[in-house]
Design a protein around this ligand. Structure first.
Ligand code: T3D
Length: 262
């Protein structure tokens, strides 16, 4: 993996740190490929039981590197649909389809696709000093990386439209109060809190957590009847896991469970 994304695995937590701090961790192709490789590893490697995504330096991610889109360099207008097909949409798919918890620690400004990347993760914490900016309208673009889905889904249409049309920064505390993210925490405590959460989830019943993620995501398009059927099917699957047997045994033996992610 290139050094544009730092990667380490500890106690089942794959930590992925966006690492272009001088550009506020905006995406160039190299960082896209490195982040994709990180999430592909999370899918394939059973030793990975949770992912923690964060950014190096004072920003989380400022979206697309606009230096790579400079019209003054000449040439034909870029086909942004093609780059979204090639990079942003597959990244969104990798995060949503990963049946392991993805924790996001937003350490600073999250703008454009960087903001929407954070919103696609399962549990997003942000430093109090962090801001979320739907920067797209400042440069004539449309929110991508799932923003036009996440924003109305999480906030409702009124707030979604206002954020997307005005590109006004939203502070972390308001984002938490509005339900856009899980929690705003003191800057100095962010990584400790996010790491503790990821470590706790990585020690959990991975299969059951993954199926829970699948069920909650499916609710966006399912009717209640569909969802009840899905819950039955997933419960059947969870009930066959070794971690379920361990959870019940531990309860009956009045001890803490030792889940192995199986
Ligand atoms: O193109 C496609 O493939 C389609 C997909 C598009 C997805 C998108 O994400 S479009 C949206 C792109 N992002 C933006 O429009 C955000 C641009 N950045 C900003 O508006 C501001 O930097 C922030 C509001 C995020 C932070 O402001 P501030 O004042 O805290 O920092 P700054 O001074 O603006 O930035 C610090 C440095 O990072 C600076 O470099 P310098 O002057 O010190 O050498 C700045 O140019 C650089 N930087 C920040 N964001 C980007 C960037 N460089 C390239 N691309 C960036 N997106």
């Amino acid at each position: 993996m290139s050094d544009t994304v730092l990667s380490s695995l500890e106690a089942g937590v794959l930590r992925l740190t966006l690492n272009r701090p001088e550009k506020l961790n905006s995406f160039n192709e190299e960082m896209h490929l490195a982040l994709r490789a990180g999430f592909e590893r999370a899918h394939a490697d059973a030793a990975v039981r949770a992912v923690l995504l964060t950014g190096a330096g004072r920003g989380f991610c400022a979206g697309q590197d606009l230096g790579d889109r400079d019209p003054r360099k000449g040439g034909p207008a870029p086909d942004l649909g093609a780059t979204i097909d090639r990079f942003y949409n597959p990244l969104a798919g990798l995060i949503r389809s990963l049946e392991k918890p993805v924790i996001c620690a937003v350490n600073g400004v999250a703008a454009g696709a960087g903001a929407n990347l954070a919103l696609l993760c399962d549990i997003t914490l942000a430093a109090r000093s962090a801001r979320f900016i739907q920067a797209f309208s400042r440069i004539g673009l449309v929110p991508d990386t799932g923003g036009t889905w996440s924003l109305p889904h999480l906030l409702g249409e009124a707030r979604a439209k206002a954020l997307a049309l005005t590109a006004e920064p939203l502070d972390a505390e308001t984002a938490a109060a509005w339900g856009l993210i899980w929690r705003a925490v003191e800057d100095a405590a962010l990584m400790e809190e996010a790491t503790a959460l990821a470590t706790r989830l990585a020690a959990g019943p991975t299969r059951g957590l993954g199926l829970t993620k699948r069920a909650i995501q499916a609710a966006a398009t399912n009717s209640l009847d569909d969802q009840l059927v899905l819950e039955r099917d997933l419960q059947r699957e969870a009930g066959r896991s070794a971690d379920y047997a361990e959870g019940v045994t531990a309860f009956l033996e009045k001890r803490s469970p030792r889940f192995e992610g199986k």
